[in-house]
Design a protein around this ligand. Structure first.
Ligand code: SAM
Length: 295
């Protein structure tokens, strides 16, 4: 196939302008990421870099930009997203991991600074596995249990764990935290051994607010990963009362929450014999994580 040498700037200029007109703030980066995919580059190409490209590849690149114009996030077009220190694959069954959730990883690291411990960690509502697998990267002797009601998302966690080549004891449990006695079911899989760390980022958007979210979220993230019921708190009400049965006495719980939910979720924790440890804010100064313990 005939390839010509051309600089990236000339290749993406028109496409960047189209995206900018539609209000996309990261138009240049978006186009360079899409072009890198077409050129099978492992790094994102630079604007002033020269590349070899065929006419067919140019057409494919323009097709990807058209998807972006319709609001599809670049991570969904590429089916991958950087989180913490690695790149995770995604599909339509997994939430697109958010940078805000990295606050939760930071909080765990602050509370458990000793990296060689053989910690037992539960990732409740694991999606792509970004939380549990990032923790495994930090605590290489850890055992991680991934729980999700979506079997298809658990398959993505398995694929990510293979791609990332992280060693460790991993378990994948398909379970619904709204089901009766789900904590007992989970402990049976664990031969009754409880957890040192529980992390969870459950769905927390009130059902009737989903339609107001941006297209990239409401049309591409699975509803199962977003919908927190009438007031957004359904998952917390099912999860939190059972956590004391799953945690070791010295263990800690790290719960991601939506904007403004801190007082209500803290109350659910206190009503269920957990002790409040602290709130953690994200980069926009929004309280994003609550830490609980048992004593
Ligand atoms: C907000 S996503 C979080 C995914 C991932 N932990 C992350 O931070 O990117 C919530 C996850 O909870 C799962 N989930 C929703 N309802 C559930 C239920 N009743 N029982 C177990 N998992 C559930 C969803 O499938 C989804 O993977």
């Amino acid at each position: 196939m005939n390839k010509k040498k051309i600089d990236v700037y000339s290749l993406i200029k028109l496409e960047v302008e189209k995206l900018k007109k539609l209000g996309f703030k990261t138009a240049s980066l978006d186009c360079r990421m899409l072009l890198s995919q077409i050129l099978k580059k492992t790094n994102t190409v630079y604007t002033h870099q020269e590349v070899y490209i065929s006419q067919n590849q140019i057409l494919k690149f323009q097709t990807l930009v058209k998807q972006r114009q319709k609001g599809k996030p670049v991570s969904r077009i590429l089916n991958r997203r950087n989180f913490w220190k690695r790149e995770f694959i995604l599909d339509e069954h997994t939430l697109d991991p958010r940078p805000d959730s990295e606050i939760l990883i930071e909080a765990v690291l602050r509370h458990f600074p000793e990296k060689n411990q053989s910690l037992k960690i539960l990732d409740l509502g694991s999606g792509s596995g970004c939380l549990g697998l990032s923790l495994l990267e930090e605590y290489e002797n850890a055992q991680i249990t991934f729980v999700d009601t979506s079997k298809k998302s658990l398959k993505v966690v398995k694929r990510n764990s293979l791609l990332l080549r992280l060693k460790g004891k991993l378990k994948y449990i398909n379970l619904d935290w709204h089901s009766y006695d789900w904590d007992t079911t989970l402990l049976n899989f664990e031969e009754k051994t409880k957890f040192d760390i529980i992390v969870t980022n459950p769905p927390y958007i009130p059902s009737n607010e989903i339609k107001f979210l941006e297209i990239g979220v409401k049309d591409y993230d699975p509803t199962l990963a977003l919908d927190g019921g009438n007031d957004g708190l359904d998952a917390y009400r099912s999860i939190i009362p059972r956590l004391k049965n799953l945690l070791k006495p010295e263990g800690k719980i790290f719960v991601e929450i939506g904007k403004g939910q801190e007082d209500l979720v803290k109350k659910i924790g206190l009503q269920n014999k957990l002790l409040f440890v602290e709130f953690k804010k994200d980069l926009l100064n929004i309280i994003r994580v609550i830490v609980f313990c048992m004593k």
